[in-house]
Design a binder for this molecule. Structure first.
Ligand SMILES: Nc1nc2c(ncn2[C@@H]2O[C@H](COP(=O)(O)OP(=O)(O)O)[C@@H](O)[C@H]2O)c(=O)[nH]1
Ligand SMILES: [Mg+2]
Length: 591
């Protein structure tokens, strides 16, 4: 199936032409038929002589109903532009064409109707010239009369050629079905309709409503009034939803493949063409079938930031248009550049952002996106419309290669710095490093580890060249346990050198025990248990200040062999301060 939307000024014969082509009545409402005027979208379809079915979305031409028109053409890739031979080019001919151009519709056909009432030549020439200057470009043009039937076979043939040129839809794309109608059918519940532009719908599918994110299930599917188990894009579809009341879903909402779209109320866009310098600060953004008030903040010469009154499921590269509802005029087309832009808090941030935006064109670009975001989750990127073709660095994280290399270097520096600042700790805790590098996930820290960095018990160390063989390490652990048992009650009595030797604690073993945080080394062959520093400060803080070395030695119940290096270490740590007369005072009482 193909879907084509009509476009053109009111009373130029759009609905009559659709009726003549399909034998169906596109004006659905009694009021429309009474007034002889399309108010809302109409739907009709026919089989083409070339084969295949084309469905028409018939739009209203009256200026009051342009928002309805936009809801109809938004999701449709091709247009049948209708101009009356007798009246020629008119204001909504121009406004509808501006809308098609803004949305980037590039497939179209021109029908000059009411050709029995006037020479179609002048209207055709004017319209063709107008279309040529837009995204539609050069189109086939066919004069027709719905009254005499003249030109209808030619128009059908031209439609066949038009749809043959339409690009194949992406069948594996996620579903984003913009809702253009919702109603209830007794016994079935809520039904929504729309133009399925990509992907596939199946009965039983779980989807989510864009407006609220709430999950919904497809209970039944219709295309062109016939029930189907599944429908592929492109198609006009009616979806019966389970468990949703009619008032929770309306035109402008969308049915989405779950988790596949980023809903945003903040986006940066490029304005098409020659943007007016005096773009109003408040406009309406039309995209898909949605129309949402937007605050406009200019950034660069042709880029603006939009703050929407409610979030929409938008992708990078989406086309939309801004309209001034008060002035009945399309202010311009926009291309979505970023659906998750950074906040502009600091001075100069807007100008810097304008420079970034100047380099974007709305084509999703993984490398560029990573360069700007530095780190991003695969799911986040696909939800913005960026295909993820690179391998993650950890979990579902992708990284800009330069940034990743930089992080690796900074990690090594932070590990070294932590070792300097905390010589007694057996490496830097992963969470401390995660903070220092401002990383969102500890898996990233772990993925950054390269030899000689390694992870042990939640800490990262630059692995020493002389790590102990396993049996030696066990012996060291046993020796340390003995020290603990013997000296735990006398925390400031260091084992004598011969005792250390008896326990098998030579310089290499002591070094390993210190790195593991099991012993505290004050000087060669002078070791204490690790809690001794805090305990010492606590004892010293209880002395009258300042205190002498001798007073400290007595209070700690130890010898000069221990007291001298212990106080020097405390001085270096800033816990105590040595005064000019060699007395000391406690600077930082133990917390
Ligand atoms: N004579 C003549 N009248 C037409 C033709 N097409 C439409 N009309 C009439 O023009 C009026 C407006 O047509 P309609 O289809 O409602 O226009 P729309 O507003 O563009 O949908 C109606 O009275 C139609 O009967 C045509 O080809 N020839
Ligand atoms: Mg009509």
């Amino acid at each position: 199936m193909w879907v084509v939307a009509t476009a053109g000024h009111v009373d130029h014969g759009k609905s009559t032409l659709v009726r003549a082509l399909t034998g169906m009545e596109p004006d659905r409402w009694a009021e429309e038929r009474r007034r002889g005027m399309t108010i809302d979208l109409g739907f009709a379809w026919t089989t083409l002589p070339s084969g295949g079915t084309v469905a028409f979305v018939d739009v209203p031409g009256h200026e009051r109903f342009v928002p309805n028109m936009l809801a109809g053409v938004g999701p449709v890739p091709a247009a049948l532009v209708v101009v009356g031979a007798d009246e020629g080019w008119m204001p909504q001919s121009a406004e509808h064409l501006a809308a098609l151009d803004a949305l980037g519709v590039s497939y179209g056909l021109l029908a000059v109707t009411r050709a029995d009432l006037a020479d179609p030549g002048p209207a055709l020439a004017r319209a063709r010239a107008e279309l040529a200057a837009t995204s539609l470009g050069a189109v086939e043009a066919v004069p027709v009369s719905a009254v005499t039937g003249a030109g209808l076979p030619e128009l059908r043939a031209a439609l066949g050629r038009l749809v043959a040129r339409l690009p194949d839809p992406a069948r594996d794309a996620p579903v984003r079905l913009w809702v253009d109608r919702s109603f209830t059918i007794r016994g079935s519940g809520t039904v929504v309709t729309g133009t399925l532009g990509g992907g596939r719908l199946r009965v039983g599918d779980q989807l989510e409503l864009a407006a609220t994110g709430e999950p919904v299930r497809v209970r039944g599917l219709h295309a062109l009034n016939a029930a189907h188990d599944e429908v592929d894009a492109v198609a006009r579809v009616a979806v019966n939803l389970r468990g949703v009341s009619r008032d929770r879903v309306a035109r402008g909402d969308a049915l989405l493949s779950p988790g596949r779209f980023h809903r945003t109320d903040l986006l940066d866009v490029r304005l098409a063409g020659d943007p007016a310098a005096d773009l109003p600060a408040a406009l309406t953004l039309h995209v898909g079938s949605a129309a949402v008030p937007a605050r406009v903040r200019p950034l660069g010469p042709d880029t603006v930031r939009l703050r929407l009154a409610r979030p929409l499921p938008l992708l990078i590269g989406d086309r939309a248009l801004l309209r001034d509802p008060g002035r009945h005029h399309v202010a311009g087309g926009v291309t979505v550049l970023d659906v998750d832009p950074p906040p502009l808090r600091r001075r100069g941030a807007a100008a810097a952002r304008a420079v970034v935006l100047a380099g974007l064109d709305g084509r999703p670009d993984l490398a560029g996106e990573l360069r700007r975001r530095r780190l991003a989750r695969a799911g986040e990127l696909t939800r913005m419309g960026v295909p993820v073709t690179a391998a993650p660095v950890a979990g579902d994280w992708l990284a800009d290669p330069d940034h990743w290399g930089d992080l690796g270097r900074r990690l090594a520096e932070e590990v070294a710095r932590h070792a300097r600042e905390h010589p007694l700790e057996a490496g830097a805790p992963v969470d401390v490093l995660r903070h220092r590098l401002d990383l969102p996930d500890r898996a990233l820290v772990e993925a950054l580890l390269r030899p000689p960095l390694r992870l042990r018990a939640g800490r990262v160390t630059a692995a020493p060249a002389d790590t102990l063989p396993e049996p030696v390490a066990r012996a060291v652990a046993r020796a340390v346990a003995r020290v603990r048992a013997e000296y735990g009650e006398r925390p400031f009595q260091a084992p004598e050198a011969h005792r250390l030797a008896d326990l098998g604690l030579g310089p290499r073993e002591i070094g390993a025990a210190v790195r593991a945080g099991a012993l505290l080394k004050l000087a060669d062959n002078v070791v204490l248990l690790p809690g001794a520093l805090d305990d010492a400060v606590r004892v010293l803080a209880g002395l009258p200040q300042p205190f002498t070395l001798s007073a400290a030695r007595q209070a700690l119940d130890t010898t000069r062999r221990v007291a001298v290096p212990l106080l020097e270490l405390l001085d270096r740590r800033g816990a105590t301060r040595r005064l000019p007369d060699d007395a000391r005072e406690v600077v930082l009482p133990p917390g």
